[in-house]
Design a protein around this ligand. Structure first.
Ligand SMILES: [Zn+2]
Length: 376
């Protein structure tokens, strides 16, 4: 029985579903879910495949996941073929095995086993799966959620299967994430001859003290769940038409801010603008908020997941909000409680992405156990 979850993971990994392509992964899942009594609604939007599947009535748990993966990267750096899953000494290798085809397989097999054992369980079990979490996400969970919201669907508990574990399976779960704000700045100087600096304004020189202070700015102090908001300078470039005797006319700067709910897009931009003013800098600024921060206060569901994890691992998970953004952010509109919990994230998006097969079985057991705690 245990090999089922490995087989399903391998089947999914062997499909090179580079985001936003699904290439048939979801049909494999749909077929299995239909066989155990799920209603399935395919919601395919342009290049993205999504489905919403449900079985039962009443209090609802939704398993949220994505079938797309990031590209393999440099194939020569892989010890195995990224899209031909390989097992070596109890470790399963392949692109997407940790992020997050392994956990999708664990969810599906756990649910199959649970229904087989308890065909008349309480509550409603549902799946919400997309093939675009890793690229723009334009036609993924965001749109499906607005559809579900229009129908007044209520999700009581949402389990996002993203790889949240850090060193040991179950050592970390997430109940929120920071937001991501990208900022493009152009600093204007005055172009001129390098030998006559008094006749020009060097945008690089005037930016140096500004950038130094910018890199030490503090926006908030964080709280029990969020580390303080951080800003990173990602790119500084100037001298597009570089020649050895010319002072450039402008300088471009790209920034990225990962912000907690204690800061807003508006106050971050305001702080940056005030600093520019302090240094008498002429500038233009553009920004894009890719994700707003979100947070679910730890509640009954968080307790249940924690208990299930402890039962199988003897580990009490830390509840964190670190890492990149996730589709969990869209659930804030329809879900009452949400927890992200999945495999180890040590190798995600890297070459030689891998998981321990033992962890995969344990994850399946934990998903099964939390269903029992909720619906028996
Ligand atoms: Zn992922």
């Amino acid at each position: 029985m245990c090999t089922k979850v490995v087989n399903l993971t391998q089947k999914l990994v062997n499909i090179p579903s580079i985001s936003p392509k699904d290439l048939g992964c979801q049909e494999i899942l749909i077929k299995r879910l239909q066989l155990c009594g799920f209603y399935v609604e395919r919601i395919n939007l342009n290049d993205t495949n999504n489905f919403w599947a449900w079985r039962g009535y009443g209090k609802t748990i939704t398993f949220l996941g994505h079938t797309d993966v990031v590209p393999a990267g440099n194939i020569l750096d892989w010890n195995t073929s990224p899209f031909l899953s390989t097992i070596k000494n109890g470790v399963l290798f392949g692109r997407g095995v940790a992020d997050m085809k392994g956990s999708i397989a664990a969810m599906v097999i756990a649910v199959e086993n649970f229904i087989k054992k308890n065909p008349n369980h309480y509550g409603r079990i549902s799946f919400l799966i997309t093939s675009d979490e890793e690229s723009t996400g334009k036609n993924g969970i965001k749109k499906v959620i607005s559809l579900l919201k229009k129908r007044k669907e209520i999700i009581d508990y949402c389990l996002v299967g993203e790889p949240t574990s850090e060193k040991k399976l179950g050592d970390c779960i997430k109940n929120g994430r920071r937001g991501s704000l990208s900022i493009d700045l152009i600093i204007y100087g005055k172009q001129g001859h390098a030998a006559y600096p008094e006749l020009s304004i060097n945008p690089i020189h005037i930016s140096v003290p500004f950038l130094a202070e910018l890199s030490t700015l503090s926006f908030d102090n964080g709280n029990d769940f969020f580390i303080p908001t951080t800003l990173q300078i990602l790119k500084v470039s100037s001298g597009k038409n570089y020649v050895t005797n010319m002072i450039p006319g402008d300088l471009s700067i790209s920034l990225n801010v990962r912000f907690s709910p204690l800061s807003t897009e508006r106050n971050i931009i305001h702080v940056i603008k005030s600093l520019l003013k302090k240094y008498f800098i002429r500038y233009s600024i553009h920004w894009t908020c890719y994700a707003k921060p979100f947070f679910f206060s730890p509640d009954v569901f968080c307790d249940i997941v924690t208990k299930s994890i402890y039962r199988f691992t003897n580990v009490n998970p830390a509840i964190k909000t670190n890492g990149g953004t996730s589709d969990g952010r869209f659930m804030i509109n329809v879900a009452n409680q949400m927890v992200e919990f999945g495999l180890l994230n040590a190798t995600i998006h890297q070459v030689n992405e891998c998981i321990s097969i033992k962890d995969l079985f344990t994850l399946q057991n934990i998903y099964f156990d939390l269903l029992s705690r909720l619906f028996l």
